[in-house]
Design a binder for this molecule. Structure first.
Ligand SMILES: Nc1nc2c(c(=O)[nH]1)N[C@H]1C(S)=C(S)[C@@H](COP(=O)(O)OP(=O)(O)OC[C@H]3O[C@@H](n4cnc5c(=O)[nH]c(N)nc54)[C@H](O)[C@@H]3O)O[C@H]1N2
Ligand SMILES: Nc1nc2c(c(=O)[nH]1)N[C@H]1C(S)=C(S)[C@@H](COP(=O)(O)OP(=O)(O)OC[C@H]3O[C@@H](n4cnc5c(=O)[nH]c(N)nc54)[C@H](O)[C@@H]3O)O[C@H]1N2
Ligand SMILES: [Mo]
Length: 554
């Protein structure tokens, strides 16, 4: 559910899961542990490979389970995706495999882009990424000869200081190959939280109102002021990753946190702890006591997914309905109800409150259907999405501007949002933290199949704890020998910010020099070690690369 303010990720899939699974001739999965983190879609991909003969190229520093199904595995060094993608495009251009017609009719700035790719010769790319030039050639050939190829990625691409640039490089690749706006192609970020897409669509971002209407526009401000009775100024707000550090900078005094556990999920926990402790006032809306609840002045008990009715919007822009299965336990109330109550009470205290001018405006919703009706009028892309249609079994993907519109399974079929697709020259930039003598290894972080982020929900499930009851850190056998693990199981991992102890899983899933840790257990959370270097545009932290030292514990 988490995080109305969460903005991890980057936009929705251009195509839908069914479409890609049915029509892609090849999949390029880069930085997505799809079978563990998106198991339903992961199964669809495996199926397409096994039974339809689709090709699969996986680019991931780890030998994830999906690699067992792959035609090719590009095992590049963490943080070298731009060099890898530019290297693939260099080969495509050298061989003349680009889709010239698509480039001429649908895109611009191709010339500038070509010159930026010149330098990424296979030997140079091999040097930066560690991927042999011969493998690069094979990969480029598969991606260019299979029409269309679908590109899919997740946090392995975005959680870097070059997260946005990585995504742009992938967009360049898909334009070069003419794979945009076609069934089975496209650029497909797999979003994580069940409603992170919906939260962004509804304006849970610092710069936009619902349906991505900019807050900087006075006209938009007027519209929402009338509907809600009050609204923010036209200046862009802060992202989560700026808000919390903003406490120690004196910019933030109070926080209202809904369904997030920053003590587990934000980078550099020691720093986060100091920030949260320094708040004058913290309100937390949660379904369980969490690591963060220890610091809360007020706890508002939200109802879980099983206790409420409403909609989630998934990664392919599809709005899906859930129905209340049980009554809320104890004092729990649906999140929308709590938010509306808080909003009403705040409004009462705002002297310049605008009396509701639009029909049905204000905060007196009696159900989530009521709220969706308001969304129909305020968010154009959701104009025709109603509970009635969803209950009838219609499968609606936005944009769906009116009640007769069938929804939009594939975006950009005739033109891009900005008209012509723009090729962007993108150069490789090394990660923020570099290994050195004291911290010679690279730690990457992420999830495992059995747990969910801070683990507040999954650590309460007995069955899951039986299968995966403590944090395991993946360590290559070569490194295990070097540190003298010799039958012992526990290691200490230290970064410039902190230290954790955990059990080692000695495995060649990780290459030598790299460890992989998760943030599911408070006693060994990877975020005690991570750092808060952010992508300058998306403000997403570089969770995927931390310089560490690994030793025997105790
Ligand atoms: N079971 C389970 N499923 C989940 C979640 C969960 O907590 N548990 N969380 C959900 C959420 S919110 C999200 S955002 C998604 C995340 O889904 P994913 O992004 O698939 O998951 P991650 O574990 O973050 O790992 C991504 C992959 O990136 C690789 N990687 C690391 N560094 C690099 C790099 O520099 N380049 C490239 N190309 N790859 C790299 C890692 O080896 C890993 O295989 O999962 C969702 N699904
Ligand atoms: N090191 C490292 N850190 C990461 C990442 C990484 O890959 N590596 N990934 C990042 C990513 S992509 C994400 S999305 C974040 C996730 O980080 P968070 O959003 O903080 O984690 P969650 O555990 O998904 O959710 C937080 C809380 O929501 C509560 N909750 C569940 N359902 C509801 C509900 O219906 N209502 C309310 N009010 N609360 C509810 C749960 O009890 C839980 O404690 O972590 C980020 N942090
Ligand atoms: Mo996420």
């Amino acid at each position: 559910m988490a995080g109305l303010a969460a903005s991890f990720g980057s936009g929705a899939m251009s195509n839908s899961m069914d479409d890609v699974a049915k029509h892609a001739q090849a999949f390029f999965v880069i930085g997505s542990n799809t079978t563990e983190q998106h198991p339903v879609f992961g199964t669809m991909i495996r199926h397409a490979v096994r039974y339809r003969g689709a090709q699969l190229v996986v680019a991931d520093p780890r030998r994830i389970d999906l690699v067992d199904f792959a035609t090719l595995h590009l095992r590049h060094r963490p943080g070298t995706d731009i060099a890898l993608i530019n290297g693939l495009m260099h080969i495509v251009l050298e061989r003349g495999w680009q889709d010239q017609e698509f480039i001429e009719t649908r895109t611009e700035f191709f010339e500038v882009f070509i010159s930026s790719i010149q330098d990424y010769t296979p030997p140079k790319v091999e040097e930066i990424t560690g991927v042999p030039a011969s493998l690069l050639h094979e990969a480029a050939k598969i991606l260019a000869s299979c029409k269309p190829t679908a590109v899919m990625w997740a946090m392995g691409i975005t959680q870097h200081i070059v997260g946005v640039r990585n995504v742009m490089a992938l967009a360049n690749l898909q334009m070069l190959l003419g794979n945009m706006g076609k069934p089975g192609g496209g650029v497909n970020p797999l979003r994580g939280q069940n409603n992170v897409q919906g939260a962004c669509d509804m304006g849970g971002l610092p710069n936009v109102y619902p349906a991505y209407q900019p807050v900087s526009s006075e006209e938009n401000r007027e519209k929402f002021l009338k509907a809600w009775g009050a609204t923010s100024s036209t200046s862009v707000g802060l992202t989560v990753t700026e808000m919390i550090p903003g406490v120690l900078e004196g910019k933030i005094h109070a926080l209202y946190v809904l369904g997030e556990d920053p003590l587990m999920s934000d980078p550099d926990t020691n720093h986060i702890r100091r920030c949260i402790e320094s708040l004058d006032f913290l309100v937390l809306q949660e379904i369980f006591p969490s690591e963060t609840s220890i610091y809360a002045d007020v706890l508002l008990p939200g109802a879980s997914f099983a206790e409420k009715t409403g909609t989630f919007t998934n990664t392919e822009r599809r709005v899906q309905m859930v129905h209340q299965a049980i009554d809320p336990l104890g004092e729990a109330r649906p999140d929308w109800w709590i938010i509306a109550q808080v909003a009403e009470r705040i409004l009462e205290r705002i002297p310049e409150r605008i009396q509701n001018e639009a029909p049905n405006a204000g905060w007196n919703y009696s159900s989530t259907s009521d709220i969706l009706s308001e969304i129909n009028t305020l968010a154009p892309s959701y104009g025709g999405i109603t509970h009635t249609r969803l209950e009838r079994g219609e499968r609606l993907q936005w944009p769906c501007p009116n009640s007769d519109h069938p929804g939009t399974p594939i975006l950009h079929t005739r033109e891009f949002t900005r008209g012509k697709g723009k090729f962007m020259p993108i150069e490789h930039i090394p990660p923020a933290e570099k290994p050195d003598e004291e911290f010679p290894m690279v730690m990457s972080t992420g999830r495992v199949l059995y747990h969910w982020h801070g683990g507040q929900m999954t650590r309460r499930a007995k069955g899951l704890m039986q299968v995966y009851g403590e944090s395991l850190v993946e360590l290559n056998p070569e490194d295990a020998r070097r540190i003298g693990i010799n039958g012992k199981t526990r290691v200490r991992i230290t970064s410039r910010r902190g230290s954790i102890e955990a059990k080692a899983w000695i495995t060649d899933r990780v290459p030598p020099g790299m460890v992989y840790a998760n943030f599911h257990f408070p006693e060994a959370s990877a975020n005690e070690l991570t750092h808060a270097s952010l992508d300058p545009v998306a403000k997403i932290p570089e969770y995927k690369i931390t310089a560490v030292r690994v030793e025997l514990a105790g």
